[in-house]
Design a protein around this ligand. Structure first.
Ligand code: PLP
Length: 396
């Protein structure tokens, strides 16, 4: 008997990277410090938890609207208009199970078999499966570490063919920590309009932005709202990764197709979770600012400590919860991440996990452990890199 198989690329099938490699050590009781998983270390703010409990007590436990509770979508529409410059109204919003589900639904609704999708490298690997499951083909475009992984018009344009349908964007960027400037996004917008492409924009880190950097939604640029599906989630900024709550904003004419995929997948998102999302959206955002301030403190610690280690250069992340230091003087990134794990118990992710343009780097998540544990990880990393010495390229 032959079971049907969906084609999934090698790269994306190995989607858990060093997290998986660390599991046997965790079982042996090794004192691991997890700087590999993009998971906030904070608890969900109390008023959001209370809102979910109250919703259950009020009997919000039955089937709801497929696209999401109307009052929640109205609150989201107000937020999208005020914060993101996206004016879709409740009719242009679909509530989803986190950003993952929003991206899946977008790919399934917007791609036809054979369509090519441009993915900027270093990429977020989890988008690869979704594009492929929809029958699309991933075309990677490597951005250059030397110019801070900036949007490169020539490189992107040379990858566009008559089959290109979509550009998949992540902004702020996991894994590089970049927040694209408006001018960079205008280059992308220009290309999308000129070649009649859709943009799928993953903005899960929209609120985790540091210093004077500003997050701009590409859909807010002239001519882009009608060709962009923008995805958001409560996952990172509100420390709600386990709640599985997100949403997308799209041109209203795309909503029937997007909703059709979502309905067949999950019917709709849990109603009491949506009520908590409504309260999170409509109440004070101070809890988010406090968490971002703490992320920023950890970022500063990681950058200062890593830049003082031999042979390492760590660009200052403009947003997200990731630093992406250049460790190429110490050898191959997968080898370094593995050796680091074995020698120190600090779990990091190899830059190569995010495509060949990420090679020579490590991804360090500074948002997943409390400040003191991040500091302890930096002590361990320093001992490791001092002992290894930059010239010891080729491994221990
Ligand atoms: C760029 C990016 N998109 C999507 C996700 C997944 O988000 P969610 O947990 O809301 O599905 C992550 C999580 O790390 C991410 O980094």
């Amino acid at each position: 008997m032959r079971w049907p198989a969906k084609r999934i690329s090698e790269t994306s099938a190995k989607s858990f990277g060093m997290y998986e490699e660390a599991l046997p050590l965790a079982k042996r009781g090794v004192d691991l410090i997890h700087l590999e998983v993009g998971r906030p270390s904070f608890d969900t703010p109390a008023h959001i938890k209370e809102a979910a409990k109250e919703a259950l007590d009020r009997g919000i436990v039955h089937y709801g609207e497929f696209a999401g509770t109307l009052s929640f979508r109205e609150a989201l529409a107000a937020k999208l208009s005020a914060r993101n410059g996206i004016d879709v109204g409740a009719g242009g919003i679909l509530v989803t199970n986190g950003l993952t589900h929003a991206a899946y639904v977008s790919c399934m609704a917007a791609l036809d078999p054979g369509d090519e999708v441009i993915l900027l490298e270093p990429y977020y690997p989890q988008h690869i499966n979704k594009i492929e499951l929809a029958g699309g083909r991933v075309v990677t475009v490597a951005l250059n570490a030397a110019d801070g992984f900036s949007i490169d018009r020539e490189a992107i344009e040379s990858a566009i063919t008559p089959q290109t349908r979509m550009i998949a964007l992540v902004n702020p960027v996991n894994p590089t920590g970049r927040v694209y400037r408006r001018e960079e996004l205008m280059i992308l917008a220009d290309l999308a309009i000129e070649h009649d492409l859709i943009v799928m924009s993953d903005e899960v880190y929209e609120m985790i932005v540091f210093d004077d950097n500003r997050h701009v939604s590409i859909a807010s640029l002239p001519g882009m709202q009608e060709r962009t599906i923008t995805q958001f989630a409560f996952t990172k900024a509100y420390a709600m990764d386990g709640w599985r709550l997100g949403y997308l904003a799209a041109p209203e004419f795309m909503l029937p197709a997007l909703t059709k995929i979502s309905v067949n997948d999950v019917a709709h998102v849990n109603v009491f979770v949506q009520e908590a999302g409504r309260v999170a959206t409509s109440s004070s955002q101070d809890c988010v600012y406090d968490m971002v301030a703490e992320d920023c403190r950890r970022r500063d610690l990681v950058c200062e400590r890593m830049n003082a280690m031999p042979g390492i250069t760590c660009a200052i992340p403009e947003g997200t919860i990731y630093a992406f230091p250049d460790v190429s003087a110490h050898g191959d990134s997968r080898r370094i991440a593995r050796d680091l794990l074995d020698a120190t118990g600090v779990v990091t992710e190899a830059g190569a996990f995010y495509g060949t343009a990420g090679e020579g780097h490590l991804r360090i998540c500074f948002g997943a452990e409390p400040y003191e544990r991040v500091a302890e990880a930096m002590d361990r990393l320093e001992r490791f890199f001092v002992e290894r010495k930059p010239h010891a390229v080729g491994g221990l």
